[in-house]
Design a protein around this ligand. Structure first.
Ligand code: GLY
Length: 298
C-alpha cells in the first residue's frame, strides 16, 4: 500500500499575518509524519510524530500554546484510534503532560481506556512520558490575551492527523487545549471516539476540529466515515458531514479524511483551516489554508 498522511491545524479564522506560521507548522508536522511513513513505519508512529510537532508549536491550540481556561490554566485532551483493531486511547483535562497525543497512543497500545485529569497524568508519568510544570505549556501570547481578557480573533482550535501506512493500516489522532476561557474540567469532542476522531480499516480515518458542543451531537468523525460507504470520495464524504452539522446544529467545524485506498478529503465551514498532506506520488508535501487552497487537489 502507498502511504499517505494529512494534518490539520484547526478550523478557525486565520488572520493574514498568521497564514505563514499556520502553513509552516502544518508542513513541519506532515514532514515529521512522512519521515516515519516512507521508511515503512506505522501509521500510529507517524500520527504521533506529526501531532507532537503541532503540540510544540504555539501557533496551534494543542500542547504548548494551548488556549487557557477560566482559571488561566491549560487542560489538554487528546485521542488516537487504530483502524486495524478499533483500539483507541484518550486523555482529557490533563495538565503538565508535554505531549498528550503520546499519552493517548500509549493508552491505546496498552489497554483502551479514557483517562481524565490526575489519572491521565499519572499514566503518563508512570509510562515515562515527558512531563513538565503545568505553566510550561502556557505561551506568552495566550497568557497576555487571557490576562487582558481580549477577544481572541484568531480563535485557535484543535489539531489532528490521519495516516495510512504501507501495511494498509489507518490511524487517526487529535489533540486540543479546548476552548478559550472554558470552565475547568470542560471536555469537548476531541478525545471522544466517533466525534473528534474515528478509524476503521474497512472504510477510512477521520480527525475533526471545531466547536465540541456542535461536533458531539452529530458524531462528526463517524458521520464522515459512514459517508465513505459505497465508495464515495473522501472530499464528498467530508463535505456531507459538515453539511449535516450545519443543518442540525449551530457552530463551526472541519474534518480531514482518508479512505482505505489512500484518497484524501477535507471540508470545513469556518473561514479557514490549515491543511498539509504528503503521498508517495507527490514530489513534496503540500500545505495551505482556506485562503490559498490550491485549485486542483491531488
Ligand atoms: N474541538 C475542541 C473542543 O471543543 O474542545
Amino acid at each position: 500500500m502507498k502511504p499517505v498522511i494529512i494534518v490539520h491545524g484547526g478550523a478557525k479564522d486565520i488572520s493574514a499575518d498568521k497564514v505563514a506560521a499556520n502553513q509552516a507548522g502544518c508542513l513541519a508536522a506532515v514532514e515529521a509524519g512522512w519521515n516515519v511513513l516512507h521508511r515503512g513505519g506505522s501509521a500510529a508512529a507517524a500520527v504521533e510524530a506529526a501531532i507532537c510537532v503541532l503540540e510544540s508549536d504555539q501557533t496551534f491550540n494543542a500542547g504548548f500554546g494551548s488556549t487557557m481556561n477560566s482559571a488561566g490554566e491549560v487542560e489538554a485532551d487528546a485521542a488516537m484510534m487504530a483502524g486495524a483493531t478499533l483500539a483507541w486511547g484518550a486523555v482529557a483535562a490533563v495538565q503538565g503532560v508535554r505531549h498528550p497525543i503520546s499519552a493517548a497512543r500509549k493508552i491505546m497500545e496498552d489497554k483502551p481506556r479514557f483517562l481524565v485529569a490526575k489519572s491521565g497524568e499519572r499514566f503518563a508519568l508512570e509510562h515515562g512520558l515527558e512531563m513538565c510544570a503545568k505553566e510550561d505549556l502556557v505561551s506568552q501570547e495566550q497568557y497576555q490575551e487571557w490576562k487582558a481578557e481580549v477577544e481572541v480573533l484568531d480563535r485557535p482550535n484543535t489539531v489532528g492527523c490521519v495516516a495510512l501506512d504501507v501495511n494498509g493500516n489507518l490511524v487517526a489522532g487529535t489533540s486540543t487545549g479546548g476552548t478559550t476561557g472554558q470552565p475547568q474540567g470542560r471536555v469537548g469532542d476531541t478525545a471522544l471516539v466517533g466525534c473528534g476522531l474515528y478509524a476503521d480499516n474497512r472504510l477510512g480515518a477521520c480527525s475533526t476540529t471545531g466547536d465540541g458542543e456542535s461536533i458531539i451531537p452529530v458524531v462528526l468523525a463517524k458521520t464522515a466515515i459512514d459517508g465513505l460507504a459505497g465508495g464515495s470520495h473522501p472530499d464528498q464524504a467530508a463535505q456531507r458531514a459538515i453539511d449535516t452539522l450545519v443543518a442540525r446544529v449551530e457552530g463551526e467545524a472541519g474534518c480531514i479524511l482518508l479512505d482505505r485506498q489512500g484518497r484524501m478529503g477535507w471540508a470545513y465551514n469556518s473561514s479557514d483551516m490549515a491543511v498539509a498532506y504528503m503521498a508517495e506520488d507527490l514530489p513534496e508535501p503540500v500545505a495551505f489554508t482556506g485562503k490559498n487552497r490550491p485549485a486542483a487537489i491531488a
